[in-house]
Design a protein around this ligand. Structure first.
Ligand code: UDP
Length: 326
């Protein structure tokens, strides 16, 4: 059993990971400022409402809890918002991570699993994407995460920090037994918006139909949130048992276009998705699909969910029981 701090544990992927860590017997505390996350996602008695920049509160928490490792999710995640307000993204995502790493060094906590993103690759030249591909983000969100990865690399080289950065592709779905799911306000992600369009009858807008893909809409690699939670658990256990760390893609290796996701949702729900087509969204690469063989080989990880319909069905179960937004 390890004492783990999960930053951003009130959010979507963070809360799934907390539940998974608790199931595996770890002792978990959550740090979240609740600017995006929800207290109801955090298991009873584990939430510390603290902003990463509040060094006094961070020092108090780290002194009291003596963590063995940190899993770091806390970040803003909307590509569109990052294009409109880049400074906020660098201050919150990169600046927040720097504050966290500084605190970890002062308290001699030397292991971290970092929630990175496929957005560090930008518009990849070769798909599926391997970790050694060019890192050329096309939006401030991706750059803010890449800057954190760079800091981790230097902290590792200079001070012996051990880290795993998981570059995940498009997280989706929900784990029914944890009672949590995808809940962003405002919601910007494709699958919850499709399901919301079905529920409310208000049409979804498909962003761009002129991409260089077979049906003209963007292709993404959708990976179930439970599989991502499992990847974090494996990365943590690896670091705890002396693993050296590294950077890993986390995706299924299968790409689906926006129109294919719409069709999958129609098959799952038996209902038509009302949608219209619109302009491209700024900062969206045409195609992001992962080569995750490094993660599969090193950490013996493999996604349990490979079928898009199963992932959408688990999201639909959550959406139908929670009826979020309209
Ligand atoms: N998308 C869309 N309409 C929406 C939201 C998203 O067409 O209302 C598209 C978006 O352009 C991208 C894909 O769906 O190609 C996945 O977007 P999402 O925001 O879910 O994740 P991202 O790939 O940006 O991390």
């Amino acid at each position: 059993m390890a004492k783990i701090l999960v930053t951003g544990g009130a959010g979507y992927i963070g809360s799934h990971t907390c539940h998974r860590l608790l199931e595996a017997g770890h002792d978990v505390q959550v740090l979240d400022d609740l600017s995006k996350g929800f207290a109801h996602n955090v298991p009873e008695g584990r939430l510390n409402v603290i902003n990463l920049h509040d060094l006094v509160a961070m020092d108090k928490l780290f002194s009291a809890k003596k963590f063995d490792a940190v899993i770091h999710f806390a970040a803003f995640i909307s590509v569109g918002e990052s294009v409109r307000e880049p400074e906020r993204y660098f201050r919150n995502n990169t600046g927040g991570s720097l504050a966290l790493l500084d605190t970890m060094r002062r308290h001699n906590v030397r292991r971290i699993v970092f929630s990175s993103t496929a957005a560090v690759y930008g518009n990849p030249e070769i798909v599926p994407i391997v970790e050694t591909s060019q890192l050329k983000p096309v939006n401030p969100y991706g750059e803010s995460k890449l800057m954190t990865e760079t800091t981790l690399r230097w902290s590792s080289e200079c001070t012996g920090l051990r880290y795993v950065a998981l570059r995940y592709f498009n997280a989706c779905g929900a784990e029914a037994r944890y009672g949590v799911g995808e809940e962003h306000e405002p919601e910007t992600h494709l699958i919850p918006l499709i399901l919301r369009a079905i529920r409310t009858g208000k049409p979804l807008t498909v962003f761009g139909t002129d991409y260089p893909t077979p049906d003209g809409t963007c292709i993404r690699d959708y990976v179930h949130v439970s599989d991502l939670a499992e990847a974090h658990l494996k990365a943590l256990d690896w670091l705890m048992s002396g693993g050296e760390g590294g950077v890993f893609n986390a995706g299924t290796g299968h790409g689906f276009s926006v129109l294919e996701v719409i069709r999958a949702a129609e098959a799952v729900t038996g209902q038509k998705v009302p949608f219209q087509t619109g302009e491209r969204r700024e900062g969206d690469p045409a195609m992001l699909v992962a080569d995750s063989s490094k993660l599969q080989k090193t950490l013996n990880w493999s996604p349990k969910y490979a079928k898009l319909e199963e992932m959408v069905a688990s999201a639909w179960a959550f959406e139908s029981s929670h009826a979020l937004g309209d």
